[in-house]
Write a protein that binds this ligand. Structure first.
Ligand code: ADP
Ligand code: UDP
Length: 236
């Protein structure tokens, strides 16, 4: 596999083309952002940990027959993935109330959500990722009804698999964000699954071990990610 030109530099990852038209290299940087990129900091080792964490989780999802982008762990900070035509809609699954749901609906943080809530947001930093629904996404041709139905089905399957996996590691999967794309017409899970895009709490103490440590200035951000990785058995 030959690495070619940089094709996109996002807030946390850089995307490189390869000599294979169907493959990309994702480079996980140490950059950590909040407020849609208004605040950015470098957190030493974060890129490496998220790269290894993502590879571990994507493989668990593949084992559960969920189609993912994942191909190969290439180096400390890089993975080879399928090149997807990304759908500009973020899918969020919530098992407990936190974050924007608490702010929007005034519910108490930590309230159990049964059945889990599934939400859609437009991926657009300038507009601060506004909440949307299926009707909006269909009208603006961001995704078809069939694609949205599949995305929801897969997101809820991911939730089933990962809730159990994290529970066994003494962790609560509070909520998470997924991005999907098309690979030769099929809906496939893309982007990443890491503590940057999920809320993970210790089961007993409810200590936050995810990006909320950065957002809320709690310190020991990467230490939190490492603790989660160690508990899951992610090789670091
Ligand atoms: P952002 O764009 O939100 O700042 P990142 O820094 O994570 O996010 O950049 C990674 C970019 O690569 C995102 O825009 C994401 O949608 C895109 N991406 C992730 N996985 C794939 C993939 N498999 N194929 C094509 N694009 C992808
Ligand atoms: N999330 C994300 N990227 C975003 C917005 C949210 O990865 O652009 C994740 C976030 O880490 C959390 C979940 O999606 O695990 C739900 O986020 P929420 O809507 O509560 O927004 P936030 O409070 O993070 O702004």
């Amino acid at each position: 596999m030959e690495k070619r030109e940089e094709i996109y530099r996002g807030k946390a990852k850089t995307v490189f083309a390869t000599n294979d038209a169907d493959k990309l290299i994702l480079y996980f940087r140490d950059d950590t952002s909040m407020l849609d990129g208004q605040k950015i900091e470098q957190l030493e080792r974060k890129g490496e940990i998220n790269n290894r964490f993502n590879a571990f989780i994507m493989q668990k999802l593949e084992d559960a027959n969920i189609p993912t982008q994942f191909d190969t762990l290439l180096s400390t900070n890089e993975s080879i993935v399928k090149k997807l035509q990304m759908i500009p809609v973020e899918c969020v699954v919530r098992n407990y109330a936190a974050g924007s749901l608490v702010r929007r609906l005034g519910v108490e943080e930590g309230v159990a959500l049964e059945p889990p809530i599934f939400e859609l947001f437009l991926k657009n930093d300038k507009l601060h990722d506004p909440i949307i629904n299926e009707s909006v996404a269909i009208t603006f041709r961001w995704a078809s009804l069939e694609q949205l139905t599949r995305m929801k089905e897969l997101a809820l399957q991911v939730n089933e698999v990962l809730t159990k996996l994290f529970d066994k590691a003494g962790l609560i999967l509070v909520d998470f964000k997924l991005e999907f794309g098309l690979f030769h017409g099929e809906i496939v899970l893309g982007d990443e699954f890491s503590p940057d895009g999920a809320r993970l709490w210790d089961k007993e103490t409810h200590k936050k071990l995810d990006k909320d440590r950065f957002r809320q200035g709690l310190g020991e951000v990467v230490e939190g990610y490492i603790e989660v990785a160690n508990r899951l058995g992610v090789p670091l």
